[in-house]
Design a binder for this molecule. Structure first.
Ligand SMILES: *[C@@H]1O[C@H](CO)[C@@H](O)[C@H](O)[C@H]1NC(C)=O
Ligand SMILES: *[C@@H]1O[C@H](CO)[C@@H](O)[C@H](O)[C@H]1NC(C)=O
Ligand SMILES: *[C@@H]1O[C@H](CO)[C@@H](O)[C@H](O)[C@H]1NC(C)=O
Length: 790
């Protein structure tokens, strides 16, 4: 039943915004409300289950209007102009459970259409044009009915006497426009709850109220407006005393004098009433200081909501003393002009005290020892400012568990000595205040549920208090930019940090907070970096509920991720995993070194570098010398000295390579270009002197040959005498230093300077070798016939 009502309420709310929806549970809802319809539309979907056609101008209903809607369970036709409902109209709607026909022009109480609506639980035919209300046989065919709304112009005894077995849970009687009311008309009514909306006529209203109190178990009265007289019922009847079965009374829109109000309370005090709820009460005229004696009473709960006085000045001490001394369990005086709360004059029986939305201020916060059993105080929406004063209120209330001072102007900047919380407080609500991080210096130690939402807290200080009992912390809608771990509240189970300024949620939170099962951290300006990434990857692994995930978790920074859902944002695994990053860098570095080594080993890179270096050096020198160089007596580009054993290489490679091509070079070879008649030494000297450069082909053979050393000696000598670098060493094969005999110290010296050209074994490198050699000896010589070396 309750769940059905909730469903219906949801439906109605939803219908306000859109007119055709399918509920999550598959219910089809269609609204034609306030669309100016004059008749029921044709061709409606046969799927429709809930149909709202209220606030239209439909005047006629036809027999087959609802025939196609065989699945319909809810129909609202209120606020139309319907006069008659044909008997067969709901023939095919046997599932109909809710039918609202209120505020129409129906006048025939013979509701023959009810014959088919056997499933009906809710029927409202109030505010129609019924002259008299005689419930016909048809109502007997509604075994499941638990709500019935009726209205009539005339009500007399026996009209409402239903023939059993009809027993309705709630009957609503809209008697606003009643003309004739016969006293005791409600007598036969067998319903658990009766709700009556009263007429303006005070005398008639008084009769109805008296009757209603006498006839019900649970009563709700609306529009109880009595501006004259001393009571809301006929005094001689004292109906509260006569009906010892009435347990609950709700009065809506009550308007009466203080005297009437107190009179009514007095009667109620001696009655069987357990709970009195007055919603929207206006006290007219003076508030006289009448005495009120608190006899033993059945009353347990009194609620006054929206209390208004028509006079400005009144004795607040009298008023609050009157209420606070009441010997009941629950007292609520909310949305009233109470300016303070004073201590009861004797030990109070109150368990629950709600003074929300009054104008209580710090001056009202007295330390009261007279609340021995008070468990909850709700002081929401008042004008408290200092937490130190408010906290001291609780100090003497030994049974207090729940304290609510939300919605004030609380702030705190003092030291801990100013706080006076009752230590055993379990639930503390200080939301909607002006508190800052300093509030953590002023909290009851054993608190389990702490609400600090909507304050101005920028951070949670560490190591201030150890709230070891704290299980639920609500700190949403503050200015937090970071979250501490749980070191100060180890047993936290629920943490609400929504709508703060959190950039990140450190995954540390999972390490410290072992009992955390629900985390609400939605709507924060998340910075989508590694920290957060780690958190997200962590969160999937834990069985912790993230409220609002994933829709309400979005990246704010960096700009590229702005608006991206945390769920969808991803960084390369590598950039967030430091060990992995280090390993990768090491691998890359290793691979690089390894490939460099391989290149050196197999491609002989250093050789290339050396050759290119020498070549560029030579080019530079040549350029520098070019202008100054006049070599009139030079006949050869180079003289070649080599061991006879290396002559194959010289003849096969060296000579052909230098003497061929576009610019053939002239080479002097002592075997080929010798002048007969001269001694070998003379020939060598002659050859060296006529050559621009001297090329020595070094090899182990060369070192063994004496002649070659002579030649080297002369050439080197020339080098020094003319201060020119005319010596070119070609290393045919590696010659270890130690194999060179000590007496050839010149050669040793030259070798040590490494100014030689190495003959590469690899053919690919030969091109560069020859280019380099040519560059060294390439020079323009005077055009002479190249015949001899003389
Ligand atoms: C029918 O519609 C009227 C007007 O919108 C509304 O006040 C009433 O509560 C609705 N009836 C039911 C049973 O929901
Ligand atoms: C008194 O208040 C408590 C706490 O709100 C509530 O649980 C209880 O039902 C109330 N008692 C009556 C009789 O209304
Ligand atoms: C604290 O009070 C606020 C407003 O008065 C309310 O919305 C909130 O639900 C309360 N918190 C708890 C934990 O009951």
């Amino acid at each position: 039943m309750a769940s059905n009502i909730i469903k219906i309420i949801i439906c109605i709310l939803l219908l306000k915004f859109c007119n055709s929806i399918v509920m999550p549970d598959g219910k089809h809802i269609k609204s034609y409300a306030s669309m100016g319809l004059t008749s029921v539309p044709r061709n409606m979907s046969t799927e429709i289950q809930m149909l709202d056609m209220s606030h239209n101008q439909i005047s006629e209903i036809h027999r087959l209007d609802f025939q196609p809607l065989m699945r319909m369970t809810f129909l609202n036709l209120s606020f139309n102009l319907i006069k008659v409902i044909p008997a067969e109209v709901f023939q095919f709607n046997t599932d109909l459970t809710y039918l609202d026909l209120s505020n129409n022009l129906l006048h025939n109480t013979e509701c023959s259409f009810l014959r088919y609506t056997v499933a009906l639980t809710y029927l409202d035919i109030s505010y129609n044009k019924y002259e008299i209300m005689i419930l016909g046989e048809e109502f007997l065919s509604l075994p499941r009915l638990n709500f019935l709304g009726l209205s009539t112009a005339n009500l007399s005894k026996h009209n409402l006497e239903f023939k059993s077995p009809l027993e309705i849970d709630t009957v609503f009687l809209g008697l606003d426009n009643i003309i004739v009311y016969e006293y005791r008309s409600l007598k036969g009514l067998k319903s658990k709850k009766l709700h009556i909306s009263l007429p303006k006529n005070e005398s008639m209203a008084r009769t109805i109220v008296t009757d209603a109190i006498l006839s019900s178990l649970s009563l709700e009265l609306s529009n109880v407006l009595f501006t004259s007289g001393n009571n809301i019922y006929h005094e001689k009847e004292t109906p509260f005393l006569k009906n010892q079965k009435l347990s609950s009374l709700i009065l809506n829109n009550l308007m009466l004098t203080w005297t009437s109000f107190l009179g009514m309370l007095k009667d109620i005090w001696s009655s069987s009433l357990i709970s009195l709820f007055i919603n929207n009460i206006t006290i007219i005229g003076k508030v006289e200081q009448l005495n009120f004696t608190y006899n033993d009473t059945s009353l347990k709960a009194l609620t006054l909501k929206k209390v208004r006085f028509t006079i400005v000045y009144m004795d607040h001490v009298y008023l609050t003393t009157l209420f606070i001394n009441m010997n009941i369990q629950n007292l609520s005086v909310t949305e009233a002009p109470m300016v303070f709360m004073n201590c009861p004059t004797y030990n109070s029986t109150l368990h629950f005290l709600d003074l929300s939305n009054n104008v209580l201020s710090d001056q009202a916060s007295q330390v009261c020892p007279n609340f021995p059993v008070l468990e909850s105080i709700i002081l929401r929406g008042n004008k408290f400012k200092q937490i130190s004063k408010v906290s001291k209120m609780t100090k003497m209330m030994k049974a207090l568990k729940h304290f609510d001072v939300s919605g004030s102007q609380l702030h705190y900047d003092g030291g801990p000595e100013e706080c006076g919380w009752l230590e055993s407080l379990v639930k503390l609500n200080m939301s909607f205040n002006n508190l800052q991080h300093t509030v953590f210096k002023c909290l009851p130690e054993k608190v389990e549920i702490l609400d600090l939402q909507y304050n101005k807290i920028t951070y949670i200080p560490r190591n201030l208090v150890h709230l070891t009992c704290l299980k639920q912390l609500y700190i949403g809608f503050n200015h937090l930019s970071s979250l501490p771990g749980c070191s100060d509240f180890k047993n936290i189970e629920l943490l609400v940090v929504e709508n703060n300024l959190l950039h990140s949620i450190s995954s540390e939170i999972f390490k410290d907070c072992n009992n955390l099962t629900i985390l609400n951290a939605r709507n924060n300006p998340y910075q989508c970096t590694c920290d957060l990434y780690n958190f997200i990857s962590h969160s999937n692994r834990l069985d912790m509920k993230l409220v609002g995930w994933p829709d309400m978790y979005k990246c704010k920074y960096p700009d590229v991720f702005n608006g991206t859902g945390l769920k969808d944002f991803s960084l390369p695994e590598l950039s967030c995993n430091i060990p992995l990053l280090v390993i990768t860098v090491l691998i890359i570095a290793f691979a690089f070194t390894f490939s460099m080594l391989a290149l050196c080993r197999y491609l002989d890179l250093p050789w290339y570098f050396r050759m290119v270096w020498q070549w560029t050096q030579t080019k530079r020198r040549v350029l520098k010398k070019k202008s100054s160089q006049l070599l009139p007596d030079m006949k050869f580009h180079a003289f070649v000295s080599y061991s006879q054993l290396d002559s194959d290489w010289v003849k096969e490679y060296l000579i052909p390579n230098l003497e061929k091509g576009d610019k053939p070079l002239r080479i002097c070879q002592h075997q080929r270009d010798f002048i007969a008649g001269k001694s070998i030494i003379e020939n060598i000297i002659n050859c060296i002197e006529k050559s621009y450069k001297s090329i020595f082909v070094l090899s182990s053979n060369f070192i063994k040959s004496e002649w070659c050393h002579y030649e080297l000696y002369f050439a080197h000598h020339k080098l020094f005498s003319e201060n020119a670098d005319n010596l070119i060493l070609i290393l045919l094969e590696p010659i270890p230093q130690y194999t060179i005999p000590a007496k050839y110290y010149r050669l040793k010296g030259l070798m040590a300077k490494r100014t030689y050209l190495e003959w590469p074994k690899n053919k690919i490198k030969h091109g560069l070798f020859w280019a380099n050699l040519r560059a060294v000896i390439d020079i323009s010589l005077p055009e002479t016939e190249m015949v001899t070396c003389v």
